[in-house]
Design a protein around this ligand. Structure first.
Ligand code: 0O2
Length: 206
């Protein structure tokens, strides 16, 4: 086992545990026949190459990665509506198995790129054979529309390294505006959608 495998082992354990725990929110809501604020959850450990690149650009010494790089463990929670984000934030803040270190609201403070999402950095204890290791993890909470935009922009970013041709930049901005409007429209017809879901469940007996 090399140094990276050893360093990343608690991060792999953390993302697996967090995925199960946060998916549990959805199960709890559904068992109570309530519509869940969580649509789906994904998780990943940052690839070694990305850790190295980020450490180099941010001047983070390798022996300070555990304290300074908070998105080595990354969890993403997708929801249908903007209002669900605050519900999920409250559930995360109230949990006793993790503690909130920092919150970043890129929905109120949309990034210049057009990126919208709510980030919560948590401290999460992982039990290992060597004892408890506290690791930092980043939970990104966003709507399906925000996720669609961010996923496409992230892929394009690889191709252009952030130096977009004006045409692409313009289109990305338009797409960000459209995603914002989609969220706004969906929120407005939310009650309508909830009624339709209840009707569907009753009809299907689920
Ligand atoms: P990955 O794993 O490829 O997604 P700093 O601003 O320096 O304090 P940092 O690390 O940039 O800190 O933190 P930030 O901006 O709070 O969160 C970083 C992560 O948010 C990114 O991870 C993306 O997942 C997401 N993100 C932030 N800005 C954008 C954006 O403009 N477009 C998209 N698509 N995603 C964004 P990484 O590092 O890119 O890694």
């Amino acid at each position: 086992m090399d140094g990276w495998d050893q360093f990343l082992a608690p991060y792999h354990q953390a993302v697996e545990e967090l995925k199960v725990k946060l998916k549990g929110i959805r199960t709890d809501y559904r068992l109570g026949a309530h519509s869940s604020p969580v649509e789906f959850v994904t998780a990943r450990v940052k690839p070694i190459q990305s850790i190295i690149e980020k450490a180099n650009t941010r001047n983070i010494p390798y022996d300070e990665l555990q304290e300074e790089m908070y998105d080595i463990a990354g969890i993403r929670i997708m929801c249908q509506f903007v209002d669900d984000i605050e519900v999920i934030c409250r559930l995360v803040r109230d949990r006793e198995d993790m503690s909130v270190v920092e919150e970043r609201d890129y929905i109120e403070n949309t990034k210049e790129s057009g990126y919208r999402s709510y980030h919560i950095i948590i401290k999460y204890p992982v039990n290992t054979i060597h004892g408890v290791v506290d690791i930092l993890a980043e939970i990104q909470i966003r709507t399906l529309a925000m996720n669609f935009w961010a996923t496409i922009e992230h892929t394009l970013n690889y191709k252009y390294s952030g130096e977009y041709p004006p045409e692409i930049r313009h289109r990305l901005q338009n797409a960000a505006d459209a995603a914002y409007l989609l969220d706004k429209e969906m929120s407005e017809i939310r009650e309508e959608i909830h009624d339709a879901e209840k009707y569907y469940k009753k009809k299907r007996n689920i």
